[in-house]
Ligand binder design. Sequence first.
Ligand SMILES: NC(=O)c1ccc[n+]([C@@H]2O[C@H](COP(=O)([O-])OP(=O)(O)OC[C@H]3O[C@@H](n4cnc5c(N)ncnc54)[C@H](O)[C@@H]3O)[C@@H](O)[C@H]2O)c1
Length: 361
Amino acid sequence: MENLGIIMLNIYQHKKVFITGHTGFKGSWLTAFFDHLGVKTQGYSLAPETIPNHYDLLNKNDAGSFANILDKEKLNAAVSAAQPAIIFHLAAQALVRPSYIDPVNTYETNVMGTLNVLEAARKCKSVKAVVLITTDKVYENREWQKPYAETDRLGGYDMYSSSKACCEILINSYRNSFFNIAAYGQSHEVLIASVRAGNVIGGGDWSVDRLLPDIAIAAAQNKKVQIRNPLSVRPWQHVLDCLYGYLLVGARLLNGENNFAESWNFSPYSSEAKNVQEVASIAKMSWSDIDISFGQAPDNFHEAGLLILDNSKAVHKLGWNPVWNTTKAIEKTVEWYKNFYQDNKVLTGSNIAEYLKLAQS
Ligand SMILES: NC(=O)c1ccc[n+]([C@@H]2O[C@H](COP(=O)([O-])OP(=O)(O)OC[C@H]3O[C@@H](n4cnc5c(N)ncnc54)[C@H](O)[C@@H]3O)[C@@H](O)[C@H]2O)c1
């Protein structure tokens, strides 16, 4: 028998979906996920920045426009032309280390970009739900063993994390001021939620300074890679587990369930948390060409040492469960890159099919 989560995904059939950040790592996987479900999407992002990139590999060139999230007129026009029922907002300056180099761009893109998306949603009457992607890094990090729950204090040491914490405050303010849960169905018809995922891994990510892409690119070139912060602990999770969570939240919002218009953590169980060195060792077991040394980054930018999320709200209230544990997620990621570099194969479609089969059982 199909589980409730999979049944909930049927709600997307014949709905129009708008995705910002569709050319990025997670946005291109989300587009492919919807494609697999037979749901059409419209994207809005800057053009892909790397060669290769997952978006071009998927040949999704018909799925959207290239424009800046800060261009309000273009964004409003794109949303209005698409007439979506739901918006997934992923466009962002998504990296910690570049946020130290260009804090203004990070804040503009992340905070003003989110504001522009919320305003576009307010103006377009077809929009019934908005899922806004922030991050696990929105919490005030106290280097605690205790996993952070949705009710924990927001913070953000670096510019990326604090910009995303600001987004959370902004989203909450929109939920109070314009998309109030108590007034849903009376003065407005829009439900909004923020989603906070852990360190997301999977094939097709070529962003700078990310652990598994750095390892895979070096292995493909038969080079040794130097990895920073080997003892840093993160909630590593496969991109499909994370996106499945986003889709379930979106489905509940589209279904008019206003008690789901909240913030949501998505991560592996806290017992799964692994440090960088452990992740690298598991990766090496899947690809013998991987050759790693550990060191410190030359710039000494502060990055959190210990970050674990509490996923119990998503598990108990949403019925979401990680399908692939962290070890499996690392193996699937390495397998994706190995196939790409050695055989020119893109495993995205088969990963999605395999994932959904397991999620159904
Ligand atoms: N990858 C992770 O581990 C992770 C973890 C938690 C949260 N997130 C969040 O998930 C979202 C997607 O992350 P990702 O890893 O796919 O990032 P990414 O860097 O691969 O993609 C970012 C996307 O945003 C778009 N973008 C950036 N600036 C823009 C602008 N000014 N105007 C229009 N589009 C713009 C890019 O074109 C791209 O499509 C982000 O909001 C990120 O903060 C990522």
